[in-house]
Design a protein around this ligand. Structure first.
Ligand code: NAD
Length: 488
C-alpha cells in the first residue's frame, strides 16, 4: 500500500468537462486504493452558485460508470468535496479560498500541503497564478504544487507568456504540466523495453535502426471541439506535445538513473537536437491534410462550428531528422489525424537489413528487416518480427511475429493516465510531466512548420475514413520507405 497522501486539492474549473470525466474518477480510484486516505479535501471552484451538497451529487454522478464503486465508498469519498463559487478575476474570492483551505487543512490534517489544478481555459491560468501569489494562497508549511493542463500556449510566444505568468507564483519544480500520453502504460513501458533488454539497448541507434514511425490516429471527427480545433489544428493539438514526447522517449539517450532530473536531462539533450528548419525544409518534410466527405461521413468543413472555407489541418504527417550523432540519417516519420480508419497509437522501430545475408546467394531472398512495434492503445503490448525458416524440406524464409499483449482484464484494472499522473503529482514525482525547456524547444520547431504553411503551402485532402492524403505516403516513398502495415 503506498503511503497515504495528505493534501488540500483546489480544482479551478470544478464544474467542467475535464473535472467530471477525468479528475473525479481518478481521485476516486486513488481514494479506493488508499493513496488518498482520510487526510485530504477537494475544493471545487467555478462560477456557478452551487452548494456543497449539490457539488457532492455532481462528483458522485461522475462515478456512475466507474468500476469498483459502492454506495458507501462513493459517499465517503464525496464527503471530502467542498464547493466554492469563484470568479477567477475577483481578488476577494481568493481570500475566501485561502480561508477555506486553511480551515479544511486543520479539519483533515492535510499537513499544510496544497495542490492546485487548473482545469479551465488557458487564458485564465496567468490570472489565477498571480492571484494565488498576491492573495497568499501558497502554504508556508507543506508543499505547493500546480497541475496545469494542455494546451500550453498556441505558439512559442504565447507559451512563454503563460510560463512567465505561472512562474511568478510557482517554481519549475512545483509545476506539473500534463501531457496525458506520458501517463499511458505503454509509453512508460517503452523505457523498460529500451533500457532493460540487452537484446535491444545496444542496437538502439543509427547503426541498426533504419527509421522510426509513430502513428496517433483517431477515427472520430472534430466532435464538439470545433471552437478549439478551428484555432489549433492537428499540428498544435497533437504534434507539439504528444508526438514530440513520444519521440523523446524513443530517442533520448539512456538517463543516468531513473529519477525525474536524469530523465528530463536526457530529454532536454534530445530536444536540443531538434533541427532548425528552413521554410523550404518545413514545406518539404511536413504534409497537412483535411478530410473530405466519404460515404456517410461528412467533410470537416461540414462539421458543426467549422468554417465552410476552413484551412485547418485535421491530419499531419512529418519527417524529423534529429541532429544528434546517434540518430544521423534516421528519419522519424510521424502522422496523426482525425477520421482515419481506427483509433490507434503505435510506434514502429524498423531495423536495418544485414549487409551480408548468406541466403541471398542461393536464391533464398525472402529475409525482411526486423521490426519492433509498440502498441500503446487500444491494444497494449509489442510485437517483434523475426525471420525464420518455413517448415519442410524446402529452404525458404518467413517472418514470424513474437507478440505480447496485455490481456483486456489487466488493461481494465490498470490505472488510467490521469490517475497515474495525479498520483505522481501527489508524490512529488515530475518524471512524467513536461518541463519548460521541452515546451520551449518543441514550440520553436513547430512554429517554423506552422509559419511555412501559413505563408504558402498546399492543404491536401483525404477521404474521411482513409489513411490520409497520398502526399503523406510520398513523404516516405521519397526515402524508399513506406508506412508500417500493422496499422492497415
Ligand atoms: P469546460 O469549459 O468544460 O470547463 C471550464 C470550467 O471553467 C467550468 O467549470 C467553468 O465554470 C469554469 N469557468 C469558466 N470561466 C470562469 C470564470 N471566469 N471564473 C471561474 N470559473 C470559470 O472545459 P474543460 O473541457 O473541462 O477543459 C478545461 C481545461 O482542460 C482546458 O484547458 C482544456 O483545454 C483542457 N483539457 C480538457 C480535456 C477534456 O477532456 N475536457 C482534455 C485535455 C485538456
Amino acid at each position: 500500500m503506498p503511503k497515504e497522501q495528505c493534501s488540500i486539492i483546489t480544482i479551478f474549473g470544478g464544474s467542467g468537462d475535464l473535472a467530471r470525466r477525468k479528475l473525479y474518477p481518478s481521485l476516486y480510484q486513488l481514494f479506493r486504493r488508499g493513496v488518498l486516505g482520510e487526510h485530504f479535501a477537494v475544493i471545487g471552484t467555478a462560477r456557478r452558485p452551487w452548494t456543497n451538497e449539490f457539488y457532492r451529487e455532481i462528483v458522485a454522478g461522475s462515478l456512475e460508470n466507474e468500476p469498483n464503486t459502492s454506495a458507501d465508498a462513493v459517499q465517503r469519498f464525496a464527503s471530502h468535496f467542498y464547493y466554492q463559487s469563484h470568479d477567477v478575476t475577483d481578488a476577494d474570492h481568493y481570500v475566501t479560498l485561502k480561508n477555506l483551505s486553511n480551515k479544511l487543512d486543520e479539519q483533515y490534517g492535510a499537513g499544510g500541503n496544497r495542490l492546485f489544478y487548473m482545469a479551465m481555459a488557458p487564458r485564465f491560468f496567468g490570472t489565477i497564478a498571480s492571484h494565488i501569489r498576491s492573495e497568499k494562497l501558497l502554504s508556508p508549511s507543506g508543499y505547493n504544487r500546480l497541475i496545469i493542463e494542455k494546451p500550453f500556449g498556441r505558439d512559442f510566444a504565447s507559451a512563454k507568456e503563460l510560463n512567465d505568468s505561472i512562474g511568478a507564483a510557482f517554481n519549475e519544480d512545483q509545476i506539473y504540466r500534463i501531457d496525458h500520453y506520458l501517463g499511458k502504460e505503454m509509453v512508460q513501458g517503452l523505457l523498460a523495453l529500451r533500457f532493460t533488454n540487452p537484446l535491444l539497448t545496444p542496437i538502439w541507434n543509427k547503426d541498426y535502426i533504419s527509421d522510426v514511425q509513430i502513428t496517433l490516429s483517431e477515427n472520430v471527427g472534430v466532435e464538439e471541439r470545433a471552437g478549439y480545433y478551428e484555432t489549433a489544428g492537428a499540428l498544435r493539438d497533437m504534434v507539439q506535445n504528444h508526438i514530440m514526447q513520444l519521440i523523446a522517449y524513443v530517442a533520448m539517450r539512456q538517463p543516468d538513473t531513473f529519477t525525474p532530473e536524469a530523465v528530463h536531462a536526457a530529454k532536454n539533450e534530445l530536444f536540443a537536437n531538434l533541427p532548425v528548419l528552413t521554410p523550404e525544409q518545413a514545406k518539404r518534410d511536413w504534409v497537412r491534410g483535411q478530410y473530405v466527405a466519404a460515404g456517410d461521413q461528412p467533410a470537416y468543413r461540414e462539421e458543426d462550428g467549422v468554417a465552410s472555407d476552413s484551412q485547418i489541418e485535421t491530419y499531419v504527417a512529418g519527417r524529423i531528422m534529429l541532429s544528434d550523432s546517434r540518430w544521423a540519417g534516421v528519419p522519424f516519420y510521424v502522422r496523426t489525424g482525425k477520421r482515419m480508419p481506427r483509433k490507434a497509437t503505435e510506434i514502429s522501430i524498423n531495423f536495418k537489413p544485414l549487409e551480408h545475408n548468406i541466403f541471398d546467394a542461393v536464391g533464398c531472398n525472402e529475409a525482411r528487416s526486423n521490426r519492433l512495434t509498440v502498441f500503446v492503445e487500444p491494444e497494449q503490448g509489442y510485437t517483434l518480427t523475426l525471420n525464420g525458416k518455413t517448415m519442410g524440406s524446402e529452404y525458404a524464409l518467413r517472418q514470424d511475429p513474437l507478440s505480447f499483449r496485455y490481456p483486456q482484464d489487466k488493461i481494465d484494472e490498470a490505472p488510467e493516465a490521469y490517475e497515474r499522473l495525479i498520483q505522481d503529482a501527489l508524490m512529488g514525482d515530475q518524471t512524467n510531466f513536461t518541463r519548460w525547456q521541452e515546451q520551449d524547444a518543441t514550440w520553436k520547431y513547430v512554429d517554423v512548420v506552422r509559419q511555412a504553411w501559413d505563408d504558402d503551402a498546399p492543404l491536401a485532402t483525404y477521404a474521411a475514413g482513409s489513411h490520409g492524403p497520398a502526399e503523406a505516403d510520398q513523404l516516405l516513398e521519397r526515402d524508399g520507405f513506406k508506412w508500417a502495415e500493422e496499422f492497415d
